[in-house]
Design a protein around this ligand. Structure first.
Ligand code: NAG
Length: 307
């Protein structure tokens, strides 16, 4: 691919403002997981390899504490729908129905992760924005240009209290970060998995089975951010979180095994955080849970009992 072709295709991909899985990434990830777990039985968490697609918008945790609206990545989204990912622990029962937004995109047209040596040859800093805009042929005021700016800003903003964050520009650098946080190689990854193909993004879903708690004394969430190539905003929060897999049935027949995280302590969150408006609660009163879009990743240690 020539540089021009590459930036043209970057531009096409950016139009979707998404990042997504790529087949190479998947094989790499499987390799990494296989290495990380040696020859142990890998928990079913590995079903990430079946991930059909993904989205882009980081309905991220990273916004929880500071802003009241995760608007920065939502250029062309209906923000009312985008916020429909929050629920409470009381909602977690079989038969419960709720409207949920799961963004979907075509993985074949979305940006993929670069190999580390390629990624490290491209500057990734706000200072370099003018050069980066030139490189990828976006004007500063285009939606893609401002998405790049938002992403760089978000990656360079200081962590909040109790947060360790890192923007990964390659799978290798993501794995290095996860390894640093967990202190060893025994970790695994979970992600929302669609068992059916459809283009419906917003509909009512019913909980089909008792949600399963995933062993998660620590967890690192990695959210995709819009950029010409795949960027993952990964962060570790010291406060208590619970991770669940929840089997959902959509009104249209869709079947999803959704990954959700419940933040047990929201007392440090801004009063204006969108989840409080949607759930009609206040900081520190109830745990706040939210679903993860398909391509966002949740890294967890491997349970000692499953070894
Ligand atoms: C979900 O179901 C409720 C109750 O039947 C209905 O009012 C609402 O419009 C539905 N929402 C969606 C997104 O289909």
């Amino acid at each position: 691919m020539t540089a021009d072709q590459r930036s043209a295709s970057s531009r096409r991909r950016m139009d979707l403002a998404v990042a997504s899985w790529h087949i190479i990434l998947l094989s790499l990830l499987v390799l990494v997981i296989a290495q990380g777990t040696e020859s142990r039985d890998v928990p079913s968490d590995n079903n990430i390899i079946q991930l059909p697609s993904s989205n882009t918008e980081s309905i991220g945790d990273h916004d929880h504490h500071q802003s009241d609206h995760p608007k920065s990545h939502m250029h062309h989204m209906d923000s009312n729908n985008v916020n429909m990912v929050f629920f409470t622990m009381e909602d977690m029962e079989v038969g419960k129905t709720m409207p949920i937004y799961f963004p979907k995109i075509d993985p074949s047209t979305s940006p993929h992760l670069l190999p580390r040596d390629e990624a490290s040859s491209i500057p990734f800093s706000l200072k370099q924005l003018p050069n980066l805009l030139k490189k990828f042929s976006f004007s500063k005021d285009s939606p893609q240009g401002s998405a790049m700016e938002d992403t760089l800003k978000q990656c360079e903003s200081p962590p909040i209290k109790g947060e360790t964050k890192f923007c990964a520009t390659s799978l290798e650098s993501m794995i290095d970060f996860i390894r640093r946080i967990f202190g060893d190689d025994s970790f695994s990854v979970v992600a929302t998995n669609f068992f059916t193909k459809s283009s419906t993004t917003f509909q009512n879903y019913t909980i089909l089975e008792m949600p399963k708690e995933v062993f998660s004394p620590k967890m690192v969430a990695c959210h995709t951010l819009p950029y010409p190539y795949a960027i993952y905003y990964c962060h570790y929060l010291e406060c208590e979180n619970k991770v669940y897999k929840i089997l959902l049935g959509g009104e249209n027949g869709d079947k999803v095994e959704a990954v959700a995280v419940c933040h047990m302590d929201t007392s440090q969150w801004g009063r204006n955080h969108v989840s409080f408006r949607i759930l009609k609660t206040e900081p520190g009163t109830f745990p706040v849970c939210h679903f993860f879009p398909a391509e966002h990743l949740v890294w967890v240690p491997i349970s000692p009992t499953s070894m």
